[in-house]
Write a protein that binds this ligand. Structure first.
Ligand code: NIG
Ligand code: FE
Length: 397
């Protein structure tokens, strides 16, 4: 399949904003919008946006054409939780876990040491590699967190480097208390001079609210400081143990509570009654051999659920949204359609974005053509590279 010039009648559709592109002969088009799922469909992209959707037989002409040859088209994946600014790997820690060691989050300090020792070029190269790896697997928007610097300078450069790759940058200075620091002093640093230094590059603030990391009062202090500085809040909540993380997220109007592995009924109800998205990260449970979150309880209660990779060198070293989607279906009893929605529209909501994660007219033209006739194959054929072609902002990559 290649991009060719001209549509059926040769002329270009006058849709405004640069050369137009038509993708036709789409076997199954998932829009996640009012038009639902269409068969034998086509879409036209112009100016980086979706300009037209309809039956393939009625597609207007465009400057360029991609013949999907009956393949399925889905919205680009939105990976709303990834820790990509780091150096080193922790494969030995993974092997030890598979031999029975528990995951505690203590390995974060190993990555902090490697990241501090790395120069900008190395960190940038690692970021570029992982972002490209994610894109090949259908990810067209990715959130990137800091959190392996934990000094004013190293957090500022981490968020600055992340901003070279995405608009969805997150400051996670409150990942763990670095060695040799008094916790209360460190929390003040995170909410004071460190926040000041990252502020020009960060859109979000995050905190790891967990035993051994930051307690509920410290988490509130960090998030409130970020919110006061104009950042949106998100939180690592209830990952390893039950606790107040989800409650704090809802109380502070966080866009997302991430992990949600150990939830009480009142946590589930609080999420369902709020605008806070429950972001599930099954790659972490897979890679730490832990019980999966109860996605069904969240969905059945009416909470908005997102799926993301949590890509990081410790607890979940995968950049693959299709892999996480397959886990969500097999291990968390989500339907394939629910998992696809959570990995696109749900995760866009976790970033408070309505221009991505769906394919309505006017949406950003971020989409994947699958090497499969339907979205069901994403979970039905786990581990198989089904992303045939990615179109990002209207451009085939
Ligand atoms: O989301 N929980 C905190 N942070 C990461 C793990 C980081 C690491 O182990 O390096 C997570 O799982
Ligand atoms: Fe994480």
């Amino acid at each position: 399949m290649s991009v060719t010039g001209g549509g059926p009648s040769g002329g270009a559709a006058n849709l405004g904003g640069g050369p137009s592109l038509v993708v036709d002969n789409i076997g199954e088009l998932t829009t996640h919008g009012p038009q639902g799922t269409l068969s034998d469909a086509a879409l036209v992209v112009s100016g980086g946006r979706v300009a037209w959707i309809g039956p393939s037989s009625r597609v207007p002409a465009a400057d360029r054409r991609i013949d999907a040859a009956g393949r399925a088209v889905i919205p680009g994946f939105v990976d709303s939780h990834a820790h990509l600014v780091f150096a080193g790997d922790r494969a030995a820690e993974f092997a030890a876990r598979m031999a029975g060691q528990p995951y505690t989050g203590g390995g974060i300090r190993t990555t902090v040491a490697a990241t501090r020792a790395a120069d900008d070029e190395l960190l940038r190269a690692n970021l570029a590699r992982l972002v490209a790896e994610a894109r090949r697997q259908g990810t067209t928007t990715i959130e990137i967190k800091s959190g392996y610097g934990l000094t004013v300078e190293d957090e500022a450069r981490s968020v600055r480097l992340a901003a070279e790759f995405t608009a969805e940058t997150t400051y996670l200075g409150a990942h763990v208390v670095p060695e040799g620091h008094d916790p209360a002093d460190y929390v003040r640093l995170v909410g004071g001079p460190m926040l000041e230094a990252v502020r020009p590059y960060a859109r979000w603030i995050d905190v790891f609210c967990e035993r051994g990391a930051f307690d509920p009062d410290q988490a509130r202090e960090v998030l409130r400081a970020g919110i006061a500085a104009g950042l949106g809040a998100r939180i690592h909540a209830n990952q390893l143990t039950a606790g107040e993380g989800v409650r704090i997220a809802v109380e502070l109007g966080a866009a997302s509570a991430d992990h949600c592995t150990h939830l009480s009924t009142s946590d589930v109800d609080a999420l369902a009654g709020s605008d806070t998205v429950a972001t599930l990260l099954p790659g972490a449970e897979f890679s730490t051999r832990s019980p999966y979150p109860d996605a069904r309880a969240l969905l059945d209660a009416g909470a908005t659920v997102a799926l993301a990779t949590d890509c990081n060198p410790g607890s979940s070293y995968t950049s693959s949204m299709p892999f996480c989607l397959a886990l969500a279906v097999r291990e968390m009893r989500m339907t394939p359609a629910e998992a696809l929605w959570a990995a696109t529209t749900g995760s866009a909501r976790a970033l408070r974005r309505d221009d991505i994660g769906h394919l309505d007219v006017g949406a950003r033209a971020d989409l994947s053509i699958l090497d499969a006739p339907s979205h069901l194959h994403l979970a039905y054929r786990p581990g198989v590279p089904l992303i045939h072609r990615v179109i990002q902002r209207g451009e085939p990559t």
